[in-house]
Design a protein around this ligand. Structure first.
Ligand code: ACM
Length: 458
């Protein structure tokens, strides 16, 4: 009986002729039982409301069932963020990874550093079309969430048994913060370098919020100024987000500026570090120590393995599964988000159906995903606590596009995270997906109905 299952969220749902009985091993379980009941409601309008007789005993396979949203490249308002949280809840997932800071925009109000949003939340234009773009739209773009709005969203998620894990990127992807506070850079007097072959809009002097996509050399300098700044920012973040985990990024931090910075080279010697990767490790470990002292744990992208893992860090594996496998072998918790299966910014169809970042991740491919790699022993595999769909929004300007990219892949991922490995059946899922599409219609979501052609790639 699922009720005795120790995984939080186990429930049973029984439909009798005259009553419906839902029980759970916690409030969360009852909540999931209700979500399943919603899935049993008819999709066609009918005069009589009928629900099939069922007896369900169910429990999630993984404790971490996440969806991510990048609000840095494009900003989505409070109303859509709530709708996104509803989608997560309807799929019985329990984590919303909110990617709040980027090169192209800082999206969270920080009272102690008002310029982060006054300056960092806006860019003077955006490239048009796929990188490097056919030009620049020359339109000021941006937005941010006030602390009041964030509190409201955190509560909205909590009411749906969803934890929000905020991500504050460091040391890379920090152009917007540097535009607001140039002293965060190793070279405060240098103008922001724009991405190659792209077109710029407006002022190009001094530090600027980026207008094109990519990875940029101007990253946080590991100075005392920067650490104090980040500690202040994280203090306000911790006030807003009760989550045990804080995501500190750590991915795609070029080392070019640290290599040519006298300050960094001196620090490497002083701290007896091997090289710039050692310096990144020092950076992350110092932040981990700060957050651990406040009772929080860090999650970082798999680059945090380079130069040595921070002692208590959870690793989010995105450049394939290799980082996650290495971390699990080091007895660190792992969340799997490998590009080939979990990047919902990739195309869903072989023939590109819209402007995307590239890649090909069909719904069949998502459905085929096994988070606990066969390269891990059963003991090591226990460190893989779940998986997540990542939604990077360079090429998702509108909420309708976000929906088109997540549906139906979110439904496939949900089943990966709930079902026993042997219970998954693609043909069966495809049949049920047809019914699910009718629910999408009722939710008025924009989804990609083309998935059959991908069955060859399962
Ligand atoms: C990432 O996709 N840069 C984590």
């Amino acid at each position: 009986n699922a009720i005795n299952n120790t995984t939080e969220g186990a429930y049973s749902l029984v439909v009798y002729a005259d009553k419906i009985y839902i029980s759970g091993n916690s409030n969360v379980g009852v909540f999931y039982g209700i979500q399943s009941l919603i899935q049993l409601l008819p999709t066609a309008s009918a005069t009589a409301l009928s629900i099939p007789f069922v007896e369900i005993a169910d429990a999630p396979r993984f404790a971490y069932r996440g969806m991510h949203l990048d609000v840095g490249r494009h900003f989505f308002d409070v109303e859509f963020v709530k709708r996104y949280i509803d989608f997560i809840a309807l799929h019985k997932m329990n984590i919303f990874h909110w990617h709040l800071t980027e090169d192209q925009g800082w999206r969270i109000e920080i009272k102690k550093y008002p310029k982060l949003t006054q300056v960092g939340a806006y860019r003077n234009g955006t490239i048009i079309g796929n990188y490097p773009g056919t030009g620049n739209d020359n339109a000021k773009y941006g937005g941010y969430y006030t602390q009041k709005e964030i509190k409201e969203i955190v509560q909205y998620a909590a009411n749906r048994h969803i934890t929000i894990i905020p991500e504050i990127e460091m040391p890379g992807h920090s152009s917007a913060a540097i535009a607001a506070y140039p002293q965060l850079s190793c070279f405060p007097a240098e103008a922001t370098a724009r991405a190659k072959r792209t077109t710029w809009s407006g002022d190009s002097t001094g530090k600027q919020v980026q207008q094109a996509w990519g990875v940029f050399d101007d990253v946080f300098c590991p100075s005392e100024y920067t650490f104090h700044f980040l500690e202040d920012v994280l203090n306000e973040v911790m006030e807003l987000f009760p989550s045990k985990y804080i995501h500190i990024g750590g991915d795609e931090c070029p080392k070019a500026n640290w290599k040519r910075s006298e300050f960094c080279q001196k620090l490497i010697k002083e701290k007896d570090l091997k090289d710039e990767h050692g310096l990144q490790s020092y950076f992350i470990q110092r932040i981990e120590k700060y957050l651990n002292a406040k009772g929080r744990q860090i999650i970082g992208w798999d680059e945090i393995l380079e130069g040595g893992l921070a002692p208590n860090a959870t690793v989010m594996s995105w450049r394939g599964e290799g980082g996650g496998i290495a971390a699990a072998k080091q007895k660190h918790q792992v969340i799997m988000t490998p590009g080939d299966w979990c990047y919902f910014d990739h195309n869903q169809t072989k023939n590109k159906d819209s402007i995307t970042i590239g890649g090909y991740t069909s719904v069949a491919k998502v459905y085929s995903y096994e988070p606990q790699s066969s390269k891990l022993s059963p003991e090591e595999a226990k460190y893989v606590i779940g998986a997540q769909g990542n939604v990077w929004t360079e090429y998702m300007q509108y909420t309708t596009k976000v929906e088109f990219m997540i549906f139906p892949r979110i439904s496939a991922l949900s089943e990966v995270l709930w079902s026993k490995k042997d219970d998954r059946n693609w043909d069966d899922f495809q049949g049920r997906l047809k019914e699910q599409f009718k629910r999408y219609d009722l939710w008025k979501v924009h989804y990609n109905p083309i998935y059959i052609e991908q069955s060859d790639s399962k």
